[in-house]
Design a protein around this ligand. Structure first.
Ligand SMILES: [Mn+2]
Length: 195
C-alpha cells in the first residue's frame, strides 16, 4: 500500500504544490519563499519521517499570511488523501518535546472531526521576518484539512524560535505515531467502523 499524495492549490493569491509520502524517511525539498517557515516545515518532515516536497509561490510582498495558510490547507489535504480509509492506523499520537528552556506538547486524533486547541502564548511578535501569529494560522488550516483533533500546548518557554520549532517537532512526532500502521490491526480504528 502506497500512502502517498500529490495536491495542488491555485488561487489569485498563492500557488502551492505538495507531494507527500507518509512512509518515508524524512527526505524533504521545501521552498515557500519564507525561510523560517521552510525551516519549520523541514522539522515536520525530518522528525515525522515523512517525505515531503513543497513548492509555494505566494503574494509575500503583502505579508506571509496567504502563503502560510494555503500551505497549511494543501498539506492537510495531502495527509488526508494519503491516509485513505485510515485502515490499521494508530489514530492517536502525542509527544512532548524540549528545546533548551522550552517544553511543548501536542496530541493528535485522526478522527475526521476537525477541532483545534492552541494553548500557546508567544512572547514576541516576530522571528526574523516571520510573524509568529502565523504559527496558529498554519496549524488551524492544517487541522481543518487533515480533519483531525489537534491540541497544541506550550508548557513553558521564553525564546520564540525555540517555542515554534519545538511545536513543529512535537506535531511531527505526534503525526508520525498517529499515521503509523499498527500490525495488530486489520480494521479501521473506530467501533463505528469508519473514520
Ligand atoms: Mn531552528
Amino acid at each position: 500500500m502506497n500512502r502517498i499524495a500529490k495536491v495542488k492549490r491555485e488561487t489569485s493569491e498563492v500557488k502551492v504544490s505538495v507531494e507527500l509520502n507518509l512512509d518515508g524517511t524524512g527526505n524533504y525539498s521545501i521552498n515557500t519563499g519564507i525561510a523560517f517557515f521552510d525551516h519549520m516545515l523541514e522539522q515536520l518532515s525530518k522528525h515525522g519521517y515523512f517525505d515531503l516536497k513543497i513548492e509555494a509561490d505566494g503574494d509575500t510582498e503583502i505579508d506571509f499570511h496567504h502563503t502560510v495558510e494555503d500551505v497549511g490547507i494543501t498539506l492537510g489535504q495531502a495527509f488526508d488523501q494519503a491516509l485513505g480509509d485510515k485502515k490499521s492506523i494508530q489514530r492517536y499520537g502525542f509527544s512532548t518535546i524540549p528545546f533548551d528552556e522550552t517544553l511543548s506538547s501536542s496530541v493528535v486524533d485522526l478522527c475526521n472531526r476537525p477541532f483545534f486547541v492552541f494553548n500557546v502564548e508567544l512572547p514576541a511578535s516576530k522571528v526574523g521576518e516571520f510573524d509568529v501569529e502565523l504559527t496558529k494560522e498554519f496549524f488551524q488550516s492544517f487541522t481543518n484539512n487533515i480533519k483531525a483533533n489537534m491540541h497544541i500546548e506550550l508548557k513553558y518557554g521564553a525564546n520564540n524560535h525555540h517555542i515554534i520549532e519545538s511545536i513543529f517537532k512535537s506535531v511531527a512526532r505526534s503525526l508520525d505515531s498517529a499515521t503509523s500502521i499498527d500490525s495488530r490491526s486489520d480494521s479501521i480504528p473506530s467501533t463505528k467502523g469508519n473514520l
